[in-house]
Structure formats: structure tokens, C-alpha cells
Design a protein. Structure first.
Length: 487
């Protein structure tokens, strides 16, 4: 859509359907107008009105919408060319001869539903293709009937709401009144953790796990799977996972001497709790019974109830003095540090970061790693990186260029840790009297450098060697970079 004209020649700025604003020459675009021709009968005898469900059957309207479906939102002119909201949510103006109304079939039901009663709430399977859209084989639930012929609207399992010819729909049989008894001896109740062990319920759910949310009849449950999907399941397909143990046995040593409490950081070291969580880490959010079996929020955000002997509390910061890992540097808030040990779990050895606070009186620090992660470390896993030197003069790495706030620079040395060689940026400030600078790199990272690692990038005083041809260059000229002489 044209948003404005950018000059007296009517070259225009256009807002594309993607939302991008682009300036175009006027001879690169044309207006899209409604067709003055009458429709060629594509709508048959169906009445077309706002709210009508339609299918795109022609290609006169540009955009490649053939076969899509949607609903008329308004008529854009007296010729009944219409704006259609497609199922994707896109609003498109169509020639009226490019679409036809999707209407319910007046034919009687050809027996596709067998003896099952079709009603609001019935679980159904799509067995025919008279209704356009390619829904054959999908399953869903009837939400309402759209006409007196009992053609239903169905909410499919993927969430799509579609109106179907009733002879495309087959009701799934009601759940059996007397399915085989539930495996195991556990009671099935709202909140029970369950696993799907059979395939009587259609949909391919074998092996999935979830939780009972309600019962759809006297004994068959609705289950919310771990993925979030709600499905009504035959009771015979469901196995109740055992409740957490009520054993009075003491903890089997997994937590060592650490006290397990709300907020404790823990690692999963056993597999008694189902779900394949061995090796994961998280934090205790609450205790679910008197035996201190705990609910843990894993690092992924998932909440899982665990046997207490499947958990090991991660030790608090060591009370021992550091074994010299910090050298003579003073560790303080804001210190740049490197992780040199592995006593702290998580595999952070070799990473770098900055001290944000101390987590206890022993000066074990919390560190913001370069990736943004906040981790509490044993202080003997941490080595402070030395401050920028205050004595040595620069070895001439800056040449004759003047180094000042705002200077564009390139990193030419590796004395400063972090692997920044070759990067470019801009000086934001000087961090000491020796003119060692803080540089904002092109990535946005702020790093303090030894000044001898930094070389100013200066503009060339030479005139251009003719590479611009005869073009006149002025402020606002569009240019292309054709050489590499400029660093």
C-alpha cells in the first residue's frame, strides 16, 4: 500500500504486505483494482454475504491463493468483489469470480455414521473429502450444527474449526462401558500421573505420559499430556504411575550432609522417578509429603515431583579458603574473572565473566558469565583477571594516531584476555591514568583493553584514485563499496 509520495515525480513509498517500507520508482508499481466484469457463475446459486465461508477457485486475483478457504469480511465495491479473511488470518481483496461459497450438502446422510448418534460433543473422524481442505483422516469434536440438515462444525485436534458435510464425518464409538480393569493396583483419580500403555484410543498416544484432569464418564479419564494436549482416553489404555513412596527409610545418602530445603539447588542422580531426568539440575520449590519428597523446577522450567533419593543437593560454597587461585588480585564486585576449576558443577571451566555479588560470608561469588548466565561459584574455582597495567608505556602500537574517546579502533594484540584479536570498535572512556581504554566492540560488548592491544583506525588523507568514475558524489548519494583500501 502506498504510504506517501517521496518526490514531485510521484515516486512512492510503499508498505509491503510483510510490513516493510520501500521507496519505489512510479513505473515499478501499478494499482490493484476490482474487476468490472460480472462473475462467470463460480458461486452457483449459493447466497453470498458477509460471514459466508468461501473457497478460492480462481487465480485472477494475484497472490497464489488457489484452494485456500476463508470468510467474507466485507464487500469492497458495488460489483460484490469481496475482502476475505483467509484461514491463515491474512486479509485479501478478491474478484468475486475467484471464489465460491462453501455450503452444507442438502443430501441425506449416506450411512457414514453407522448407528452412532451424532451430537454436540461427539468425537468424530473425517472419512470423506467432499468438504474441501484436505482433512481426510483427521479427528475432532462437534461444536455445533450449522444448518437444519445437521451438517456439523468440528473442532479438529490441531485446533482448527471447520464446517463439514455430515457425510464426510463418522462418529467415533462412545467409550466402552466395561473396559478391562486398570493395570496395577493404584487408584485412578484426578491428578494421577499416568502412562499410555495401549492403543484402543485412536491418535497414536502409546508411550506418552501425562496427568488426569477429569473423567469424561463414570471411569474413562481425560489426560493432559506432558506436551499440553488434552485427550479423552479409554481407561484400559492407561497405567497409573506409582505415587511417591511413603517409606519411612532415611535418605540413602544422596544428599550427603546437606540439608534439603525450599530453594536448594539439586541434581538428579537416580532414575526411580519416571521421565528420564537423570543428570538434570533444578531447584526445590516445595515438599509434596512428610517424607520430604520434593517438587523441583528443572532448568528447562518443567515442574517434576521426585523421590528424595533421586536428588542430590548441590553443595553450598566451600568454607575453605581459596588455594591461591586468585593470585594477588583482589576479588570484588565488578572483577573480571576466569573459571579455572571444576568444583562448582555445570562444566564452566575456561569461561569468563564478572562478579555481581558475594553469596555468603566466605566470599564465594555469583558471576555473570559472558553468555549472560548467572552462576554461584566456589571462590577457589575463580581466578581474577589482572587489572590493566598501570606502569608500562605502550610499545607504539597506535602509531601516530591520536587515541581519544570516540576513536575507531582495531584490536591488534592478545595481551588482553578474551580472544578479541582482529575485532573493531570505538573507545568509550579511559579506565586509568595510563590511557588504557574501554572499547565498545561492534558486537556491543564493552571490554577494557591494554592500550598496546589497540590500534586507531584513521581515515585516509589521499584523494580517491578515480574509482568513482564520472558520478557526482554528494551528501545523500547512494554508493557501492568497490575496493578494500579503506581499513
Amino acid at each position: 500500500e502506498i504510504t506517501r509520495f517521496i518526490d514531485a515525480n510521484n515516486n512512492a513509498e510503499v508498505k509491503l504486505e510483510s510490513g516493510q517500507l520501500v521507496s519505489f520508482y512510479k513505473d515499478d508499481f501499478k494499482g490493484v483494482v476490482a474487476s468490472p466484469l460480472p462473475p462467470p457463475g463460480g458461486l452457483g446459486s449459493a447466497e453470498l454475504k458477509v460471514g459466508s465461508k468461501v473457497e478460492i477457485i480462481g487465480s485472477k486475483t494475484p497472490g497464489g491463493h488457489l484452494g485456500k478457504q476463508g470468510e467474507i469480511t466485507r464487500f469492497i465495491d458495488a460489483n460484490n468483489n469481496a475482502e476475505v479473511k483467509l484461514e491463515s488470518g491474512q486479509l485479501v481483496s478478491f474478484y468475486k469470480d475467484d471464489f465460491k461459497a462453501v455450503v452444507a450438502s442438502p443430501l441425506p446422510l449416506p450411512g457414514g455414521l453407522g448407528s452412532a448418534e451424532l451430537k454436540v460433543g461427539s468425537k468424530v473422524e473425517i472419512i470423506g473429502s467432499k468438504t474441501p481442505g484436505g482433512h481426510l483422516g483427521k479427528k475432532g469434536e462437534i461444536t455445533r450444527f450449522i444448518d437444519a440438515s445437521n451438517n456439523p462444525e468440528v473442532t479438529l485436534e490441531d485446533g482448527q474449526v471447520v464446517s463439514f458435510y455430515k457425510d464426510d464425518v463418522k462418529a467415533l464409538p462412545d467409550l466402552p462401558a466395561s473396559p478391562p480393569s486398570l493395570p496395577g493396583s493404584s487408584d485412578l483419580k484426578v491428578g494421577s500421573k499416568v502412562e499410555i500403555i495401549g492403543s484402543l484410543t485412536p491418535g497414536g498416544h502409546l508411550g506418552k505420559k501425562g496427568e488426569v484432569t477429569r473423567f469424561v464418564d463414570a471411569e474413562n479419564p481425560e489426560v493432559r499430556f506432558d506436551g499440553g494436549q488434552l485427550v479423552s482416553i479409554y481407561k484400559a489404555d492407561v497405567k497409573v504411575l506409582p505415587d511417591l513412596p511413603a517409606s519411612p527409610l532415611p535418605l540413602a545418602g544422596g544428599l550427603g550432609s546437606e540439608a534439603l530445603k525450599i530453594g536448594s539447588k539439586v541434581e538428579i542422580i537416580g532414575s526411580k522417578t519416571p521421565g528420564g531426568h537423570l543428570g538434570k539440575k533444578g531447584e526445590v520449590t516445595r515438599f509434596i509429603d512428610a517424607n520430604n519428597n520434593a517438587e523441583v523446577r528443572l532448568e528447562s522450567g518443567q515442574l517434576v515431583s521426585f523421590y528424595k533419593d533421586d536428588m542430590k543437593a548441590l553443595a553450598t560454597a566451600s568454607p575453605l579458603p581459596p588455594p591461591g587461585g586468585l593470585g594477588s588480585a583482589v576479588l570484588k564486585i565488578g572483577s573480571n574473572v576466569e573459571i579455572i576449576g571444576s568444583l562448582t558443577p555445570g562444566g564452566h571451566k575456561g569461561k569468563k565473566g564478572e562478579v555481581t555479588r558475594f553469596v555468603d560470608a566466605s566470599n564465594n561469588p555469583e558471576i555473570k558469565l559472558e553468555g549472560g548466565q548467572l552462576v554461584s561459584f566456589y571462590k577457589d574455582d575463580v581466578k581474577a583477571l589482572p587489572d590493566v597495567p598501570a606502569a608500562l608505556p605502550p610499545p607504539g602500537g597506535l602509531g601516530s594516531a591520536v587515541l581519544k574517546v570516540g576513536s575507531k579502533v582495531q584490536i591488534i594484540g592478545s595481551k588482553t584476555p578474551g580472544g578479541h584479536l582482529g575485532k573493531k570498535g570505538e573507545i568509550t572512556r579511559f579506565i586509568d591514568g595510563n590511557n588504557n581504554p574501554e572499547v565498545k566492540l561492534e558486537s556491543g560488548q564493552l571490554v577494557s583493553f591494554y592500550k598496546e592491544d589497540v590500534k586507531a583506525v584513521v581515515a585516509s588523507p589521499l584523494l580517491p584514485p578515480g574509482g568513482l568514475s564520472n558520478a557526482e558524489v554528494k551528501v545523500g548519494s547512494k554508493v557501492e563499496i568497490i575496493g578494500s583500501k579503506t581499513p
